[in-house]
Design a binder for this molecule. Structure first.
Ligand SMILES: [Zn+2]
Length: 399
């Protein structure tokens, strides 16, 4: 039986989505779970599976971010001082993983048949995509079908830039532990380090971070460096691992500086000397192969028009079909320069952390000291206080 209610009364009733969100949040559940449909091909029974979103930023999902944060803290606490390598033997797939892999193989077979027969493969490709995503979520590493590629990869010259020094490359051994140092008394140390990398200067800034001279400040470079910072950081870690020849482990947090340029704090297991860091930094860059942006082609009222039938944009004056992003990328020739080359600034801050020394009392336990991605906290507030003598006092990384 339903009672008659006024509109005002109905408006105060909780909205299903926000009520569920609040309930999920208050009970520590994921607020944006991914719903997957699982069909038993023998019985035809359909089951809905809810998988947590796995976000690492609290702004996206507080529960998942907190889970990720405590997992990292636990991993760090248990693993940071380990002296032996963890066992690398991959586990055999469990039932759920095996089931997914079977479905993946069947879907691939069906897709390939359909493709050869000239039939539409969209649905099957979507299914394969969903299964791949679910396999990743189920903890299966690598690609189930390495032969299959999405869009063909664009080939860019892999020649190193003339202005970047070469870096000796070693084969990366599966070792994750850093160097061991032995003191005269026979005691051994396996030091770690905190490292902060920043972007180059784009011009002088005032105390509040705004440019002292807006006319000469390189806003464009600042924006592009920020945009491609993550790729540059990946390249740095890759170079560092190749240079050191082992699978160096780290926890890192990217944060905006006062001038809004990103910088990254990295807690590194093992140490790297200043000279080595300088060498790796000088050789690290990220080239951005995007179409040129120096000429504004459409402006004001003269904007490209969307053409529904062809699924592309047209030139408003000539009606000409405009190139897609991919076509514009393909048009970049071998003789063209990259749109942008991102690099770290030459200045960096490296501080050694010696387990077993009096310093380690300060930095131990490590879980509180490593960067907290979910809350974007600094590994240590020291970084923000200028003019303190600690920087020199703790510079022990450069061994
Ligand atoms: Zn979530």
């Amino acid at each position: 039986m339903t009672e008659r209610t006024t509109r005002a009364q109905r408006m105060t009733a909780p909205l299903a989505t926000s009520a569920v969100k609040i309930l999920a949040e208050s009970s520590g559940g994921c607020i944006r779970p991914v719903q997957l449909r699982r069909t038993d091909l023998d019985t035809g029974q359909v089951e809905q599976v809810m998988v947590p979103c796995g976000a690492t930023l609290a702004g996206k999902c507080p529960a998942c971010a907190e889970r990720a944060r405590s997992l990292r803290a636990a991993q760090c606490g248990e693993g940071w001082h380990l002296e032996d390598e963890p066992i690398h033997q991959p586990d055999p797939p469990d039932d759920w993983q095996a089931w997914l892999l079977e479905q993946r193989a069947d879907a691939q077979k069906l897709r390939d048949h359909a493709a050869t027969a000239g039939q539409d493969t969209d649905d099957l490709e979507q299914l394969i995509g969903e299964l791949d995503a679910e396999l990743v979520r189920a903890g299966v590493r690598g690609k189930p079908d390495p032969g299959k590629k999405g869009a063909a990869r664009r080939h860019r010259s892999t020649r190193r830039r003339q202005d970047a020094p070469d870096l000796p490359r070693r084969k990366i051994s599966p070792r994750t532990t850093g160097k061991v140092y032995t003191a005269p008394d026979g005691k051994t140390y396996r030091p770690s380090m905190f490292l902060t990398l920043t972007c180059v200067s784009y011009g002088k800034v005032r105390d509040d971070g705004t440019p002292a001279d807006p006319g000469s400040y390189d806003y464009q470079r600042a924006a592009r460096d920020a945009l491609h910072f993550a790729a540059l950081f990946d390249r740095f870690i890759q170079n560092l691992r190749r240079f050191l020849g082992y699978d160096l482990q780290y926890f890192a947090s990217v944060e905006p500086q006062r001038r809004l340029a990103p910088h990254v704090h990295i807690a590194v297991r093992g140490t790297v000397s200043r000279a080595e860091l300088r060498q790796v930094l000088a050789a690290t860059y990220h080239q951005v192969w995007w179409p040129a942006t120096d000429q504004v082609k459409f402006d004001g009222d003269r904007l490209p028009v969307w053409h529904e039938a062809s699924g592309s944009y047209l030139d408003p004056a000539t009606g000409e079909v405009l190139p897609t992003w991919d076509q514009a990328l393909d048009a970049i020739g071998a003789g063209d320069d990259p749109l942008h080359v991102a690099r770290f600034g030459p200045k960096f801050d490296a501080q050694g952390v010696l387990a077993g020394s009096k310093d380690s009392g300060r930095v131990h336990p490590l879980p509180d000291q490593v960067p907290d991605q979910a809350r974007r906290r600094l590994p240590s507030s020291r970084h923000r206080r200028p003019g303190r003598p600690h920087r020199k006092a703790h510079r022990r990384a450069a061994i």
